[in-house]
Design a binder for this molecule. Sequence first.
Ligand SMILES: O=C(O)CCC(=O)C(=O)O
Ligand SMILES: [Fe+2]
Length: 283
Amino acid sequence: MLQIRPMGAHAGGEITGVDVKRLDGESFAPVYRAWLKYGVIVVRGQTLEIEDFLRYSRRFGRIVPHPSKSTRHPDYPEITVLGIDKFAPDGTLNEAVYRRGAAGFHTDGAYDAVPFKATQLYALAVPSTGGDTFFASMYMAYDALPARLKQLLEGRKGAFTYGGRNRNSQALLNAQDRDRPPAFHPMNRVHGETGRKSLYFDPGKILYIEGLETSQSDDTIAELEQRMIARDAGYTHIWRVGDIVIWDNRCMVHKAAGDYPPEEDRIHWRVSIKEPADAARPV
Ligand SMILES: O=C(O)CCC(=O)C(=O)O
Ligand SMILES: [Fe+2]
């Protein structure tokens, strides 16, 4: 029987007693509701082929290939494979693969005009220690901001690119996919499905906050970086093989720990999900 329980104090939910290959529309509805409520959910104990994972992922929206072409699955461009080809032929560790997602808290896809609604990972191999993923609610980040900052950000957009102000972070992109123009998104973001307001912010992708002088923009970005992880807003996911984890990039940030023994495997399939083109809602 499907069971849902909270994991973190205010974010993170765990679902057990379900085989996602067998979910019909009616039994999917509580899963989707839990996802909106908790921001990130894990469904434990799944045995999936790629097609199963894609089919289940499409329940949340439209799957789009990730811009990092070098890490796409050779037969399924919609699947990114995390954690493979970690070592160069000469034995050196490829930090861009090993520490992918570990540079700091971030939201996926902010560099696109339509950012990713969700990112979903399926764990194929998990190291004996480390390799957790950290999450934090940006609803709570917004709520905890001083009124001065809420007002400053109201009606303002941030400019976001893949590497933000750090050009080195485009290592996983092919040369022709680098240095694209920024995408602009409201910093105080109203979630289209929950109606709640959150802080939309990614210190590794933001270039500037529009309408502010450069120094005020830089100072504000530095202050937001300090404030973005609010008290009790977090959930740390400790992976098991067979976990499916999906997070809502519209209201959550996440980061990989990047700390596991590099000689061990930590491998996931990942999909990037956008809103369906027809705006149909699964619930
Ligand atoms: O590997 C992880 O724990 C998360 C990596 C990440 O940031 C992502 O998949 O978007
Ligand atoms: Fe990420």
